[in-house]
Ligand binder design. Sequence first.
Ligand code: VGL
Ligand code: ZN
Length: 219
Amino acid sequence: MKINAKKTLLLIIDVQNDFCPGGALAVNKGDEVAAPLNDLSRALVSKGGRAAATQDWHPEDHISFASSHNGKNPNDIIDTPLVKGQALWPNHCVQGTSGADFHNDLDLKPVSVVIRKGFRRELDSYSAFFENDRKTATGLDGFLRALDMKTVVIGGIATDYCVFYSAMDCKREGFNTIIASDAVRAVGYPEGSEEKAVSAMKREGIQFSSSQMLLDALL
Ligand code: VGL
Ligand code: ZN
């Protein structure tokens, strides 16, 4: 495998304190994605590529928080005016709080663009491309096309939610899409959600590669 760095963007999904051990929506070993992502972003950017990071960025009364609905609990599923089948979560990644900050281990120096998502009270977003109404664009698609990017390497949190939706949209938008397999971690709820997400991504033609293989492939 060879990858032209100048046509490649590393997309770092939601490496934020609330998704790491000790956070409000902690993902097991979520912080471990930082080291391989740092290696990838530094190498890619030094060879003329780009790195972008997403940041889950919710108002304190966000519609995806169970606390915003009477009698609802995290993991319940509801229909909202804009989204059928929205899962409810504990309060997390509230705008301006330390839980919403990027994890300290993540090197932001090579990251030239940050995409914030889920920032409107009435709409959640898992994907880095389209919010959960599947219509509202974040602008990442235009950014990639303006830079004539062909390949997007994706890592971060969580494999079965934001990484999954981002990768599926990325592939559908026509980009060569590769998951850095050692740089993702999963929520794992409901049971089997990680395996389900991985097989759906593979079925879609999304590739999986270790960060070391990707580093070796960069031209
Ligand atoms: C995420 C649940 C709620 C994620 C964000 O980053 O995967 N999951 N908000
Ligand atoms: Zn969220």
